[in-house]
Write a protein that binds this ligand. Sequence first.
Ligand code: NDP
Ligand code: 8X3
Length: 257
Amino acid sequence: FERLEGKTTVITGASAGFGHSTALLFAKYGSHLVLLARRRERLDELKSQINSKYPNVKVGVYTLDVTDHEAVISVFQQVLKDFPVIDILVNNAGLALGLDAVKDVPESTVDTMLNTNVKGLLWVTQQILPSMISRNSGHIINVGSIAGITAYANGSIYCASKFAVHAISDSLRIETNATKIRVSEICPGMAETEFSIVRFGGDKEKADNFYKGIDPMTGDDIAEVIAFTASTRTRCVISNVVAMANGQCNPFVLHKE
Ligand code: NDP
Ligand code: 8X3
């Protein structure tokens, strides 16, 4: 991962899970960091951890709800003043809410999932892409999901949001094909983060149960996949990666011990 040294990486959803692990791994390899999420205290804690371990790494933390379009615009005006050159954008902020059949899925969860996973990713991308285009370089890494490859019962809107991440990633790769900008999509399977706690409305027991009998990936596994994707030579683009727990073949084919 040595090619990360001296780069500047923006990570959304850096307060937990994949984003948090990715920040720590990128810092270890010398990438400066712009870290965003809603929970500011988590970001401050992460920043001080990185500052004490890797004093040469510059870290900026910004409170941001990616669903708030105006806030995204104004926060990134500040980010681009503080860090004028962004090399890598990891669009990671996202969530699933509940497991509801199409006939029942409530409007509030539909809005939150689509506003975060689809529109939020788009608003953030729009703030950084113009400077990448004018520099003719940069790497956008979108966190999709195996749920964006295979839909499952009671996951329609979350799956739809991740199918959308796939479509946006492909469209953007084609739109920027005449530039040196790289676009990658990471599709993780089962990984134990705060994802299931959020999905099950804070019910930790239900979340723990979801991973019973399987050895799920963790944020650290996906951080390595993202770091590898970002570290290839610029002539090489890892367009799509699927990383699953050993014992998982798709969202519903799972071997549980
Ligand atoms: P976590 O719940 O552990 O982390 C999610 C992160 O997203 C948090 O940092 C959270 O920060 C942030 N976030 C959520 N909503 C918003 C928002 N409106 N604005 C800004 N930040 C937000 O889950 P994961 O790390 O597992 O999830 C990261 C990504 O990976 C998501 O896109 C998820 O869909 C995807 N994914 C997860 C899988 C898994 O099994 N864990 C598998 C496949 C994909 P905060 O609450 O502080 O704002
Ligand atoms: C999270 C993976 O299969 O729980 O994106 O939807 S899954």
